[in-house]
Design a protein around this ligand. Structure first.
Ligand SMILES: NC(=O)c1ccc[n+]([C@@H]2O[C@H](COP(=O)([O-])OP(=O)(O)OC[C@H]3O[C@@H](n4cnc5c(N)ncnc54)[C@H](OP(=O)(O)O)[C@@H]3O)[C@@H](O)[C@H]2O)c1
Length: 246
């Protein structure tokens, strides 16, 4: 199959591409910095990147400009398609979480489901790599500021990539069951264990965060313990990732 992966140079795309390559797909990686130059914000390069594709995997996202890239960009992508099956990676809880980025992802989902194109949507929880990156930034400073009582259910990036590759190869249509990690943890626990794994000692302040989005992050609107299908735990991830750096 000819597969165009939009946003294929990101955390998930870089794990997915080898899985698509190894079974002989003809894969085009498209984004602003990829071989096929595409900017979803302007539409530049979009038509050429998708015109020969049988399947389009949409992983492109910009949390700093979600309305322009995730919503308007997805609308632009759907306009450029001509019957191709579109695979979209979304986030667990976007249909009930007020965080503006998640709302934008939900709007993008709705554009896809209303498009009359064949589609598959997979919602995952936060990737281990993303949580490590996000909290890694917090523990870079002498005092680590961590949002108080926020919870996350991190999932392994490779496991999500494998699930998505299976969906692509079987072309299973529709909104799929949530793909959530094996355990729910507080941000405080995740940050402390990350610090230990990185061999860092920091004072940590659990920062109370006001507002509806923060309340939803505390209540776990972006988690789904009943769909804890991911196998690799946060501790296993940390052990493997940081074993050489200690
Ligand atoms: N990270 C998580 O924990 C997580 C969890 C669940 C679902 N998801 C979803 O999974 C998808 C992939 O996530 P990820 O973590 O792999 O993302 P990522 O690492 O941030 O990669 C995003 C990709 O989007 C591309 N991109 C950004 N702006 C663009 C634009 N204007 N035009 C074209 N391409 C653009 C980037 O490439 P260039 O910079 O080269 O343009 C990059 O390849 C996203 O939709 C995200 O919402 C992520």
């Amino acid at each position: 199959m000819r597969v165009t992966v939009l946003g294929g140079k990101g955390l998930l795309g870089s794990r997915l591409i080898p899985l698509l390559d190894e079974v002989g797909n003809d894969v085009t990686v498209a984004s602003r910095s990829a071989g096929a130059k595409v900017d979803l914000e302007t539409g530049e390069g979009l038509e050429q990147a998708v015109e020969d594709a049988d399947i389009v995997v949409h992983l492109a996202s910009d949390p700093r400009k979600p309305r322009k890239v995730d919503v308007a960009g997805t609308a632009r992508l759907l306009d450029a398609l001509d019957g191709q099956h579109v695979f979209y990676l979304s986030i667990v809880g976007v249909d009930r979480h007020p965080f503006s980025y998640y709302q934008a992802k939900h709007e993008a989902e709705q554009l896809i489901t209303q498009s009359r194109l064949p589609y598959t949507i997979l919602r995952a929880t936060q990737f281990h790599d993303f949580v490590a990156y996000f909290l890694g930034a917090a523990v870079r400073y002498p005092v680590a500021l961590v949002p108080k009582r926020f919870v996350f259910q991190p999932v392994d990036t490779d496991e999500v990539a494998r699930e998505l590759a299976t969906l692509i190869h079987t072309r299973r249509p529709g909104l799929q069951p949530d793909f959530a990690g094996p355990e729910v943890h507080t941000a405080e626990h995740l940050a402390r264990t990350l610090m230990t794994a990185m061999g860092k000692r920091r004072m940590m302040i659990n920062l109370p965060v006001p507002g509806d989005s923060a309340r939803a992050f505390r209540a776990g609107a972006h988690t789904n313990p009943e769909q804890a299908v991911g196998r690799r735990t946060w501790n296993e991830y940390l052990e493997e990732r940081f074993q050489h750096s200690r």
